[in-house]
Write a protein that binds this ligand. Structure first.
Ligand code: PMP
Ligand code: GLN
Length: 378
């Protein structure tokens, strides 16, 4: 057969986690916590199972959960999403992203993506026959040149995908970036897919600039989110998307046939857990401590860095240490120094190598101490 994705291999997250396991290395590569998720949340999911939430959830998601999500947008952003018409619960953000693209992208449509880009964006576009138009950003600032973006928008541009706080770089977009995007897409049919899975992980008192805060932009935006990031349980694969009703109608046409609905007891448990807003509002503080600990412990190492502004990733520049290609260096660190990371070239256009690696700090303090001891020896 002729592959629909000839240039796609196995995702780097699977590759590096497997290598970490093979060499018994500390795994700071794939992004997931190595401490347990909340006992209270686990108990609420168990309660949901014992209380009969064991059959199909409604197609768009458990209504209590959609109401809890809607309340969150009111509380944090004073933004209204109708729980029945404008919010759909998905199998993680990945399925939301895939289904959004499937619902709107036709062969030869153009989708603008910013690189480094999270690795599920481009294949989702290509398998649906679309074409990605990359805009390459550069370390360490990863700043967007909005004139360049303007020059890449054509009559074929159907979608722009954005992601702040940004995986893998740990940078965030400012209010001005969002206003520029709003202006450039005004009076167009371009759909904005705003991947906000790290909305609750933002540091140094910065404010998350959600697409829903910009009235005109909101009208053409999907926001995607992931409870795996927020509640430390990436294995549950529960996320959601929200969008104005006209867009959500099209989304659900696809969603109902590629998954129909997702794990019901987990949805009900999360809904009950979210009744207390501290469960998600406390996340910034929790991860700021982890970031600060990690950075203070590696300050004497030969790695250079700009502190992460959001996400639970820190990018480290190793150009003082070696000029090896980043994938080779990441693999060697795993084998020889027993620490695994993610090379950024994988997410770049033409494997652009800025000599930076991404380390996940969603780890116990003990693991962060061990990791920094290793990093200080390299
Ligand atoms: N987008 C980004 C930027 C991510 O980092 C991730 C997961 N790490 C996802 C989407 C996918 O989220 P989920 O695991 O909920 O599918
Ligand atoms: N999003 C996680 C990361 O960036 C990985 C998710 C996955 O393995 N697909 O590390």
């Amino acid at each position: 057969h002729q592959s629909k994705l000839p240039n796609v291999g196995t995702t780097i997250f699977t590759v590096m986690s497997a290598l970490a396991n093979e060499y018994k290395a500390l795994n700071l590569s794939q992004g997931f916590p190595n401490y347990p998720s909340s006992q209270k949340l686990n108990d609420l999911v168990t309660d949901a199972m014992n209380n009969g939430y064991n059959q199909y959830a409604p197609m768009a998601g458990n209504l209590d959960l959609r109401i809890a999500i809607s309340n969150k947008y009111e509380l944090l952003y004073k933004s209204t999403y109708h729980p029945e018409k404008e919010i759909t619960v998905t199998a993680g953000a990945t399925q939301a992203i895939y289904s959004i693209v499937s619902a709107f992208i036709r062969p030869n449509d153009e989708v603008i993506i910013f690189k480094p880009a999270y690795d599920c964006y481009q294949p989702a576009v290509e398998v649906n026959g679309g074409k990605t138009i990359p805009i390459q950003l550069s370390a360490p600032g990863y700043k967007v040149n909005w004139e360049e973006v303007a020059s890449k928008i054509t009559s074929k541009t159907k979608m722009i995908m954005i992601n702040s706080p940004h995986n893998p770089s740990g940078t965030i977009w400012s209010k001005d970036d969002m206003l520029q995007l709003q202006n450039l897409t005004k009076d167009t049919n371009i759909i904005v897919l705003s991947d906000e899975v790290y909305e609750h992980i933002i540091f140094d008192g910065e404010k998350h600039q959600s697409a829903c805060l910009f009235k005109d932009l909101k009208q053409r935006s999907f926001i995607t989110a992931s409870f795996g990031k927020t509640f430390h349980n990436t294995g549950w694969k529960i996320g959601y998307c929200c969008a104005p009703e006209d867009l959500m109608i099209e989304f659900r046409k696809v969603h109902q046939f590629n998954v129909f609905s997702v794990n019901h007891p987990a949805q009900k448990g999360i809904a009950d857990y979210m009744q207390d807003s501290d469960t998600y509002l406390g996340l910034n503080r929790f991860f700021q401590k982890k970031r600060d600990l990690f950075l203070s412990l590696i300050s004497e190492s030969r790695f250079m860095f700009t502190p992460s502004k959001g996400t639970y990733f820190q990018v480290l520049d190793y150009s003082n240490i070696t000029d090896e290609y980043d994938l080779d260096f990441a693999k060697r660190l795993t084998r020889e120094f027993k620490i695994a990371s993610i090379p950024l070239s994988i997410f770049n256009e033409n494997d652009k190598d800025d000599k930076v690696l991404r380390f996940c700090f969603a780890k116990t303090d003990e693991t962060l101490v061990k990791a920094s001891e290793i990093l200080c020896k390299i």
